[in-house]
Design a protein around this ligand. Structure first.
Ligand code: UDP
Ligand code: MG
Length: 331
């Protein structure tokens, strides 16, 4: 739709500017990055008189994050600090932020400055057009990855998407704008397995992607190593997909059929061709093969059992150390 040529109609249909925007910033040892980001975010977002609330979720940082935030609050920045009792991980920190965000619109972005403020600002007009979720997608990410990485990423998405009714967008992350109704929907989800990307997709609502190129990290290093990402992928799979369990059954069926066929072949070789039944090597190979298949299947089932174990414990997702007062002017 061409907005400018049809401006009256389009303006009529646009949502009004939100009364309050909350920016949720999960932070783990990001004091130096936050020192640059928070004043800049405030300046850019409030430029048009917009009310905002910056919500830093300190996920058990060991650095001066709290000190910095208290200082900035004293200087009058519209900032709240939610300190968790220890490091719970980004997914839990995000959930904590969403749980207390007061805004009609909530933007989730990283505290390390990798998510450009320009992109956050560009999300707002899309929300005003009527979309409830605007998610940022990294451009050109696939091209920069190795063949192997692209391979297993595709396999992961294939597994996740088999038989599911919701669409999990590839290359989207936790840099998003959410309408309040989406935030409320996310709050209502009881599970402990917080694979946020999956939960965002599961709740649905009208969503639109916008592209962005991440900036370089100014200070510190990424917290997400390959092993972390792999663990997160396992959480996602076992929390969202039953396909691995079905694959176990299919594998079991295939192996049984294979061994029946093999058995028939050996017998017919003996009966019709008179070949002696070959002994130890065949036996050893098939026993070890079957043992491997069984262990693999047990492992897959155990992953799900572990998931159930985590869920039945019903432990809180995070614990709060303290929370600063609401931003002045808000209740
Ligand atoms: N983060 C967090 N808790 C953690 C790890 C990371 O809150 O246990 C935050 C981190 O401070 C940053 C965001 O999550 O704001 C993304 O982390 P990072 O930059 O390490 O990940 P990457 O950008 O490499 O995906
Ligand atoms: Mg980062």
């Amino acid at each position: 739709m061409n907005m400018s040529s049809n401006s009256l109609l389009a303006t009529d249909q646009l949502r009004p500017l939100p009364a309050l925007i909350t920016v949720v910033l999960p932070a783990f040892n990001e004091a130096r990055n936050l020192a640059d980001l928070l004043p800049e975010l405030t300046r850019r977002l409030t430029a048009g008189g917009q009310s905002i609330e910056l919500l830093v979720v300190d996920d058990g940082s060991q650095d001066d994050t709290a000190l910095l935030c208290h200082g900035l609050i004293q200087q009058g920045l519209p900032l709240r600090l939610l300190r968790l009792s220890r490091n719970f991980g980004k997914e839990a920190a995000l959930s904590a932020g969403l749980d207390i965000a007061a805004g009609d619109v909530v933007i989730t972005m990283d505290s390390d400055g990798q998510h450009p403020i320009d992109t956050a600002l560009a999300m707002l007009p899309v929300w005003r057009e009527g979309f409830d979720v605007v998610y940022a997608v990294q451009t050109g990410r696939r091209q920069s990855q190795s063949m192997a990485r692209r391979g297993y990423t595709s396999f992961f998405y294939w597994l996740m998407q088999r038989g599911s009714r919701f669409e999990l967008p590839t290359d989207a992350g936790d840099f998003r704008l959410l309408d309040r109704r989406v935030v409320l929907a996310l709050r209502s989800l009881p599970e402990r397995a917080r694979y946020m990307k999956g939960l965002f997709a599961w709740v649905g609502f009208r969503s639109k992607a916008i592209e962005f190129v991440p900036d370089a990290r100014a200070h510190g290093e990424t917290n997400f190593t390959f092993t972390h990402l792999l663990a997160l992928a396992f959480t996602g799979l076992t929390a969202f997909s039953k396909v691995p369990l079905r694959l176990v059954s299919v594998l079991g069926l295939l192996v049984s059929l294979g061994s029946i066929a093999f058995g028939l072949w050996i017998v017919s070789e003996k009966v019709f061709l008179g070949n002696p039944i070959s002994g130890f090597a065949t036996l050893a190979a098939s026993v070890t093969f079957l043992a491997g298949v069984q262990l693999l299947c047990l492992g897959i089932i155990a992953e799900y059992l572990g998931r159930v174990f985590d869920e039945v414990k019903q432990r809180p997702l995070y614990l709060v150390q303290d929370l600063t007062a609401p931003v002045v002017g808000l209740d």
